[in-house]
Every structure is written in C-alpha cells, then in structure tokens.
Design a binder for this molecule. Sequence first.
Ligand code: ATP
Ligand code: MG
Length: 210
Amino acid sequence: LDLSNKSSKVSKVGVMGGTFDPIHYGHLVIAEQIRCEYELEKVIFIPAGIPPHKSNVRVTDRKDRYLMTLLATITNPYFEVSRIELDSNEISYTIHTIQKLKKIYGKDTELHFITGADAICELDTWKDVENLSKLCTFIAATRPGLENSQVDEKIETLKWKYNTSIKKIKLPALAISSTDIRNRIREGQSVKYLLPEPVEYYIHKNNVYV
Ligand code: ATP
Ligand code: MG
C-alpha cells in the first residue's frame, strides 16, 4: 500500500519582468493571454530595480514604477507584484531573480518567464543564459514592428544554442510602448486607453513624466 501522495501537482507560475516605466495595456494583455493559454496559476510582475539593458537611459523612480504596477494589476486576482528587484541595490539580472524565486517556490514549481518578441531576441545578451535556461522556460508574445519570420528564426537559433524551451504566442497586436507613452505625455498628447486609468491619473497627479 503506497500512501505517498505522488500525484501532487506541479504548479506553474508566470514571471513578467520589465521596467514598467510606465506599465501599459501591452504588458497586461500579454500576461493575461499567456496566463490563460498556459494555465498559469498566477503571474508575478517584477519591476526591475536597475534594468541591465537600460544603463544609458534615465529610469523613473522605483516607488513610482512600483505603485503604477500595483494600480494596473489590482483588478486581476491572478496578478501580483513583487518587490524582489526593487528592494535590491544590485543590477536586476533575471538569473538572480529566477534563482530567488526557485528557492521560494521549490523545485516542483515551473517558472515561465514572459517576454515580448523584442526582449526574447536579445536573450544572447542576458547574464548567464545557460543556467537561466535550466531554471525556467520562456514564453514570448509577438510585438508589432518586428518581422515574424525573423523572430521565428532567432528563436530557433536560441533554442538550439541554449537547449531551452521558448514558446511563441501570437496575440492581438498592441503597438503600445512605454517609450511612446512617455513621449506623448511630454508633448502634452493624450495617452487615454493606452494604459489603465488609475495609472494615467497617478502620472498626472504626481507629474511623473514632466
Ligand atoms: P520601453 O519602451 O521603455 O522599453 P516597453 O513598452 O518595451 O518599454 P518594457 O518594460 O521594456 O516595456 O517591457 C517589459 C516586457 O514586456 C518586455 O519583455 C517587452 O518585450 C514586453 N512588451 C512590452 N510592450 C509590449 C507589447 N506592446 N506587446 C508585446 N510585448 C510587450
Ligand atoms: Mg522595452
């Protein structure tokens, strides 16, 4: 008689990294669609403290990016926000974050790192990709502005090079970017319907991008 509970199910958690400067509907739509498609129990949004790939650009205060991410995700019971990178003074390398999450969630939890097509194409430049590939899988959403066949080719090369799982998912195209939103605000143009209203109010109330 075997009383051990061998059927204990493996949980699947989505991890959504980004600068979120500010968070917008592009981020939210890909996270929600991937959560449903891959039956993820939840998606953890992790705003970067010091983004490794943005050392030459000014990034908005961590407190503002944290609060905007919180405001944007509050209505989704499957979304949560982690301060794991914001509370650290080190450069926010995904490998370190995933190692920390592995410790927290244990080896039976599958971690699925969610990115856009532009981010996954840069995987070669990420710190310690070999080890990162052993700890999580990648799910990349298409992003307008990128040629699909080129992205597919790049993904095939990366899969082969790092022996890793990278899935691509085609989603309703949202040509929204934080860069465009910041520019619009600086130029006094409307950003309505590009990002959740509470985030828009937060930006205006606190003069985040002036
Ligand atoms: P910025 O213009 O400042 O780089 P961004 O809009 O690209 O901002 P990030 O915080 O850099 O937002 O992106 C976090 C993650 O979300 C990345 O993996 C990026 O590819 C993905 N992403 C952002 N916007 C979209 C979008 N409209 N469609 C698909 N993926 C997106
Ligand atoms: Mg970006």
